[in-house]
Design a protein around this ligand. Structure first.
Ligand code: HEC
Length: 204
């Protein structure tokens, strides 16, 4: 076909494509605007939503897996516990206390110290470098933040090594870190309960 005859054919195909796609685009808009799709954390998820969103996530993690530059020595695990109580426990809980709001997020903040199938505790069945990727980069459209601008590289590895060992007997210093964090939290909660507001709340 010569150039002058090819142009109208291409134009017809493009227009036909737009016309064919229009009902689907319009239906999608109507569904999003009036169909009440899930937006609140308690809404029923789309069928297979979790499976579908994990396909690209896992593919990306596989492509960018790093090798752990640190070993799970006592020093690194204790340092990981300090990072954990300061930055993670609020959503993921500790072995002593579940997070009060992690379970009300969607998706829920995985309980990293709770035993589930086959003796696995949290993500103890996953390698530390997979958790490292999630900690470093965060997980889009979930409550999981990216920590690469908050923690140092060693800190991100130390906490990754710690949670990969959640099914093991914890070192006394790690347990001590959790106990101390727990009592500080309870103390601050009871102080807040006791404090009466010193000045009226400004509602303006
Ligand atoms: C503001 C809440 C919040 C904080 C703080 C937070 N996370 Fe998360 N995290 C989440 C949520 C929500 C998910 C679930 C994401 C999903 O299901 O895809 C998650 C997922 C994860 C996962 C993957 C769990 C799995 O089932 O594969 C790991 C590992 C993790 N977080 C570790 C951490 C660590 C370590 C810290 C601290 C450095 C931390 N998170 C801080 C909310 C949080």
């Amino acid at each position: 076909m010569d150039e002058s005859r090819r142009k109208p054919v291409v134009a017809i195909i493009v227009i036909a494509g737009f016309l064919a796609a229009f009902p689907f685009t319009a239906a999608a808009f109507v569904y999003l605007r009036y169909g009440d799709p899930p937006v609140a954390t308690a809404d029923k998820p789309f069928p297979y939503e979790e499976t579908i969103v994990h396909i690209p996530l896992n593919a990306r993690i596989d492509r960018q897996l790093a090798t752990a530059p640190l070993n799970p020595t006592s020093d690194n695990l204790v340092a990981g516990a300090h990072v954990y109580v300061a930055h993670c426990a609020v959503c993921h809980g500790t072995p002593l206390q579940n997070s009060s709001f992690g379970q009300w997020e969607y998706p829920i903040a995985t309980r990293l110290w709770t035993k589930h199938a086959n003796g696995i505790v949290g993500v103890s069945d996953g390698p530390s470098n997979v958790s490292y990727w999630k900690i470093k980069n965060g997980i889009r459209l979930t409550g999981m933040p990216s920590f690469q601008h908050i923690l140092t590289e060693p800190e991100m590895w130390q906490v990754s090594l710690l949670i990969a060992q959640a099914d093991k007997q914890q070192l006394p210093d790690v347990t001590e870190t959790f106990v101390r964090a727990n009592s500080l939290r309870s103390q601050s909660e009871s102080e807040q309960m006791q404090q009466s507001p010193k000045s009226p709340v400004n509602t303006k």
